[in-house]
Design a protein around this ligand. Structure first.
Ligand SMILES: [Zn+2]
Length: 145
């Protein structure tokens, strides 16, 4: 569960990465009230309040809405584990296939001509020889389990 940290207020002001919140008492009105400013503008959606505490609460709620609007829930762990199991099974199959496909090339190392093409295999460029790549994949697979 995601929890947005509390704003830290000093003299009616709280800093955020997006700009400051202010809670201000409007005393020129017949009925004084508190309101919230965000980034120098009145935050109308925070409403008006009878006291500072209530205005701070509204500012905190507004801050949480802004933060949470930018966060996407991660896929559940069970879904990631299932995907991981599927990929591992697929990788095991691919390794098995590569192992079989490499059998005809046993003891047949890459040999490059002066242009850098593998003469032993399919005339592919250095580091592009599919036999070399397949061997590297199999070695890596065994090493990494
Ligand atoms: Zn080769």
């Amino acid at each position: 569960m995601t929890v947005v940290k509390k704003l830290e207020w000093r003299k009616g002001r709280a800093e955020t990465p997006f700009g400051p919140y202010h809670v201000i008492e409007e005393t020129n009105d017949d009925e004084p009230f508190w309101f919230v400013m965000f980034n120098g503008k009145a935050a109308a959606r925070c409403g008006t309040h009878d006291d500072e505490e209530s205005a701070i609460f509204a500012a905190q709620a507004d801050y949480e809405r802004r933060i949470l609007a930018a966060i996407e829930a991660a896929p559940p762990l069970s879904k990631l584990k299932a995907e991981n199991a599927r990929l591992k099974a697929q990788l095991a199959e691919a390794r098995k296939a590569l192992d079989g496909l490499l059998k005809p090339f046993e003891g047949d190392d890459c040999r490059y001509d002066h242009h850098g093409y593998c003469q032993a295999h399919f005339l592919q460029e250095v580091d592009e020889c599919c036999v070399k790549i397949a061997r590297r994949v199999l070695e890596g697979g065994e090493a990494n389990g």
